[in-house]
Design a protein around this ligand. Structure first.
Ligand SMILES: [Zn+2]
Ligand SMILES: [Zn+2]
Length: 331
């Protein structure tokens, strides 16, 4: 089978590998669609993303859908043929975080496509049967792959209280920012503003999400009750923080620099709440239902589709094309 293997910085090779053997509690998937994430680009350009470092040849890809074509001895054969969206992390089940069901903080989570365990930029992959969630017909193969970024957004909006009469700012119009904005609106926010310097990316938002560049946003002088930082940029974070009303909340979703100067007086005097949001837990069933009901439109965020042979171009497209929002690889 063919696999896109990352050997080092900027060194991605299409190689022939043997198809993985399926374990007793696993399913064998024929990969259908793999989404390209900002973290994949970090691995490709810098050899690391956050604390994860590329140590040897590795296959990226943690946002994916596939069709079950084989099952382990402990999995019912009736699952063969299912189209599935895959949760890429498998928690250990026994650490402190796992015992209180906060498994996104699991110390020993096995996460595919994050430099240590091979991901889905290959024709076949095995995953635990319990991580493969069947998707109903209205959910496209590409949308099924995007259940993972949708899950990031579902978890993020759960980290802050959003209710009627509340005004929300989302900083960063990448796929996660768009999804957070849509979900904040679904939760009944009085207004949702999406702010990004890139007008092409903003253009994917539609009514009633309002859009602005950072300059336009600053000129408006608005104050919000909840802000979501989804850009990973220091400017985005500062803008979000200084747009908060008193006793408001900031949720940090984007992966930015490791350290940053902050306006401490604004936090202390404004009695602000600052929280992070890391991955997700128990989100797949809900996220799949949201897409099946057309509560969110994942397909509309996909701007580029590549074959596996062009995986490097797929990784780079947000660098090479200003209008690129979400790239996927279709196998
Ligand atoms: Zn991702
Ligand atoms: Zn654990």
């Amino acid at each position: 089978m063919r696999a896109a293997v990352l050997h080092g910085i900027g060194d991605l090779r299409i190689e022939d590998r043997t198809r993985p053997a399926v374990g007793a509690s696993e399913v064998l998937l024929q990969v259908m669609v793999v989404g390209v994430c900002g973290s994949d680009l970090h691995f490709y350009e810098e050899g690391r993303s956050g604390s994860a470092v590329v140590a040897g040849p590795t296959v990226l890809g943690h946002e994916f859908s596939g069709r079950i074509i084989g099952v382990g001895t402990g999995v019912p054969t009736s699952r063969i043929g299912e189209r599935v969206a895959v949760e890429p992390g498998t928690p250990c089940g026994s650490c402190q975080a796992c015992t209180v069901d906060a498994y996104n903080h699991c110390e020993r989570i096995r996460f595919v496509g994050a430099a240590t365990i091979d991901g889905a930029m290959q024709e076949y992959i095995t995953v635990p049967a319990g991580s493969a969630y069947p998707v109903p017909a209205p959910v496209s193969d590409a949308a099924a792959a995007m259940i993972e970024p949708l899950s990031v957004a579902v978890h993020a909006v759960g980290r802050a209280p959003i209710g009627p009469a509340q005004h929300v700012l989302v900083s960063g119009a990448g796929p996660i920012g768009h999804l957070v904005a849509q979900l904040a609106h679904r939760r009944g926010a009085a207004s949702v503003w999406l702010v990004d310097p890139n007008r092409d990316r903003l253009a994917h938002a539609h009514d009633p999400i309002r859009i602005a560049t950072p300059d336009e946003w600053a000129a408006g002088g608005r104050r919000v009750d909840v802000a979501f930082e989804c850009s990973g940029s220091p400017n985005g974070l500062t803008a979000a923080l200084t747009s908060l009303r008193y006793e408001a909340s900031l949720v940090i979703v984007g992966v930015g620099p490791r350290t940053l100067e902050l306006p401490m007086d604004a936090i202390q005097e404004g009695e602000l709440t600052i929280t992070g949001s890391h991955r997700y837990r128990h989100t797949w069933p809900e996220a799949i239902q949201m897409v099946a009901r057309a509560d969110v439109d994942l397909d509309a965020l996909i701007t580029h589709t590549f074959p596996l042979d062009d995986a490097a171009a797929a990784l780079r497209v947000t660098r090479t094309e200003n209008a690129a929002l979400k790239a996927v690889i279709r196998l």
